[in-house]
Ligand binder design. Structure first.
Ligand code: RUQ
Ligand code: CUA
Length: 692
């Protein structure tokens, strides 16, 4: 939607008043001080009436700030009064930052970053000294890998709907998957794939989060093996891993997880079937040419070699049959990890291919599970497959042949439902509640709205399988995300365009510019779908994000009990209790038992001797919301976040003598600056008496 005509802001206001849709808050005459602290969102609302003076004032502001009617409407749709909460939370990949960002919608305010694959000092993530649990979990083959390239977050699902319990995210660079508990928004587990160095199609969940799917991408010799590119076809392989999720434990159960060997095509995005297609996994692929590049040797570069064929293969995998084969002991071990071989996938009728045009990127299953939408990337269409047609074609063996590895290829016309021409560079698709699908067009730099067929046709006025409208976005959109737009019950309302380039949208920030998250209002049917907010994301290149209704989250605002260990999600047996504080020596080991409460640490002086191994336990005794303390020791790379009720333990060797002030790193109270103490590390030479 371009602003072609600038109508007067006065008309806009008249329009708004006529619709009567803006609500205001009435302040009840209560105790003024209490009132000041109460959230506006919890107060009584009633329709506003603008006085002529207020209309004039708004008109003047709009004209001074060069705002047109659409701008005023966009502001009214996104502005959040102080204290009011957003309706949705967007959990976004943080791209190269290796983190997850939580953003409120529609305000687009950053709520918090969740540390995942990168250490993060404020959250004390990776800053608790030697043997830090986080640092250990970030090691790969013994080496610390302190960043991740986060691509796809996946909220846990129950019956195909977000349940608000867990969030998973994949690290493309290092083939890792992380588990985040959404009660306290902390990363609990990171698993490293033993088969491959990097991945891409992670993370996606099956409809009851039985498995977290990690699809691969660049074929390698599975298990970190070596073979020269000349042996690509024989030795290189793709894979998809099914990580078993144990919901009760809130952890991936590696002992019940397994992988499938795939041909050395470059598998791309994955999606799990749901409802009509429950039990299936769909994975796109490109480079079915099996190009091995080598511009430096005069070969066609990968980009050309991998784009020769008009058709690639949609991988159609029956994960329930795969699970049965794994349980029956049919997997072979590669690098200690169970893998179902290609021949098992073929013999047990676990995997089929369907032709798909052309080097596609995203595959997305419609909310009812009936249709599978493949975005062509180098083809201006999305191709829609029907699960009924797929299962019929499998039953009737309607194959057009098999690939080089013997995987049966289903007849394209037998499984295809529709092809919808949308424009240049279709990448990803999301859905709403009105029978529309939304596909990102990278090259067109637009979001395309189009109609679904089947049972969706009755939900809107347009013909099925037709492009309805395109909204330009700035610029070059990758993923998009609609409100609950990949679940069995999408909400419509809002859509995020994850625009890869921002160019001129914001003040320049040096040659490195932020990404641009653009909010689109998709509440109206037909060809109205305006951009209503631009939000710079200056932390990396986020890929996918998911938007969940905020009231589905069951977030803790303080830990359930004082002395809570967030890692185990239960009371820590070792957590210091009030009245038990102290410093106890045992040979060269010193145990510090400390509590923290506004506004002091107990004890305030800790004396050790150079070379001592110090174990330092702290319990935050606070039970009030947001009464967080920090704890740092300068020079030892230590900082903790002590959230209300939290227990934490640090360990270090006091190898540098000196007087180290430790202090609280959260401005917790008026006497926050006084919340400190001293760690005295006595030089060994002066310590004959200290150790008995
Ligand atoms: S990617 S811009 Cu999901 Cu990694 Cu498509
Ligand atoms: Cu505790 Cu500042």
């Amino acid at each position: 939607m371009k602003h072609k005509r600038r109508s007067s802001p006065l008309n806009a206001l008249a329009m708004i008043m006529a619709v009567g849709s803006i609500m205001t808050f009435v302040t009840p005459d209560a105790d003024a001080q209490q009132e000041g602290r109460r959230r506006r969102g919890t107060q009584e609302v009633r329709p506003i009436e603008l006085t002529p003076e207020q209309v004039a004032q708004l008109t003047r502001i709009a004209n001074e700030r060069s705002l047109n009617v659409d701008d005023l409407l966009a502001a009214a749709k996104t502005f959040m009064p102080s204290g009011r909460h957003d309706e949705y939370v967007l959990f976004s990949s943080g791209g190269h930052s290796g983190q997850v960002h939580a953003i409120g919608v529609p305000s687009m305010r950053l709520l918090r970053t969740i540390a995942v694959f990168t250490t993060e000092p404020w959250q004390g993530y990776g800053y608790s000294g030697d043997d830090d649990r986080v640092i250990e979990s970030l090691k790969i083959n013994g080496k610390p890998v302190t960043w991740g390239d986060t691509h796809h977050p996946a909220l846990s699902e129950t019956k195909g709907d977000y349940d608000g319990d867990f969030l998973f995210i994949g690290d493309k660079a290092n083939a890792r998957v992380a588990v985040i508990d959404l009660r306290d928004w902390e990363t609990k587990q990171i698993v490293k794939n033993p088969l491959t160095i990097s991945d891409h199609g992670a993370a996606f969940v099956t409809p009851n989060t039985e498995y977290i799917i990690e699809g691969g991408q660049y074929a390698t010799v599975l298990g970190y093996g070596y073979a020269p590119p000349e042996e690509y076809k024989e030795s290189y392989r793709g894979m998809v891993t099914l990580w078993k999720f144990d919901r009760a434990k809130g952890r991936i159960d590696e002992s019940k997880s397994f992988a499938l060997e795939l041909p050395p095509y470059w598998q791309d995005l994955a999606d799990a079937g749901k409802l009509a297609s429950d039990g299936w996994i769909f994975i796109n692929s490109f480079n079915t040419e099996m190009a091995t590049g080598g511009v430096e040797r005069g070969n066609a570069p990968f980009e050309a070699g991998a784009s020769k064929r008009d058709m690639d293969y949609l991988h159609i995998i029956n994960w329930k049959k795969a699970e049965a084969a794994f349980v029956a002991g049919k997997a072979q071990s590669i690098n200690g990890f169970p893998v179902l071989s290609l021949s098992t996938l073929i013999d047990d009728e676990i995997m089929y291919f369907a032709p798909e045009p052309k080097s596609p990127h995203g595959v997305d299953v419609t909310p009812n599970g009936q249709f599978i939408v493949v975005a062509g990337k180098l083809d201006p269409h999305v191709t829609v497959y029907s699960i009924d047609k797929i299962t019929n074609a499998i039953a009737q063996k309607k194959f057009s042949g098999s690939d080089e590895y013997g995987v049966p290829v289903l007849d394209f016309d037998a499984v295809k439902e529709a092809q919808v021409e949308l424009g240049l560079g279709p990448l990803h698709t999301q859905f709403d509640d009105k029978g529309y699908a939304y596909t990102s067009l990278f090259l067109d730099s637009a979001v395309a709205r189009w109609t679904l067929g089947g049972e969706y046709a009755k939900l809107n006025a347009e013909q099925p399988w037709k492009l309805v409208q395109k909204t330009p976005v700035q610029y070059n959109i990758g993923h998009l995300s609609a409100a609950e737009g990949d679940t069995v019950s999408p909400d419509g309302k809002y859509l995020i365009s994850m625009s890869k380039w921002s160019v001129d949208r914001f003040l320049p920030t040096g040659p490195l510019l932020p990404q641009n998250f653009q909010l689109l209002d998709i509440a109206q049917p037909g060809n109205t779908m305006p951009v209503i907010y631009d939000s710079p994301i200056g932390v990396g290149e986020p890929h996918y994000c998911q938007m969940i209704k905020a009231d589905k989250l069951k977030t803790w605002t303080v830990y359930p009990e004082v002395g809570w260990d967030p890692h185990t999600q239960r009371l820590a047996p070792n957590a210091p209790k009030k009245g038990q504080e102290g410093v106890v020596r045992n040979g060269n080991n010193v145990l510090v038992t400390m509590t923290a409460v506004r506004s002091h640490f107990f004890p305030e002086h800790v004396e050790v001797v150079e070379g001592d191994t110090v174990t330092w336990r702290i319990t935050a005794l606070e039970t009030a919301m947001d009464a967080t303390h920090g704890f740092c020791i300068g020079g030892y790379n230590i900082n903790l976040s002590l959230e209300p009720g939290e227990f934490a333990e640090i360990k270090f060797v006091a190898d540098r003598p000196g007087t180290y002030p430790f202090y609280c790193t959260e401005f917790c109270s008026a006497l926050h600056l006084e919340m400190m103490g001293y760690l005295h590390v006595k030089p060994k030479s002066q310590n004959s008496a200290a150790i008995e």
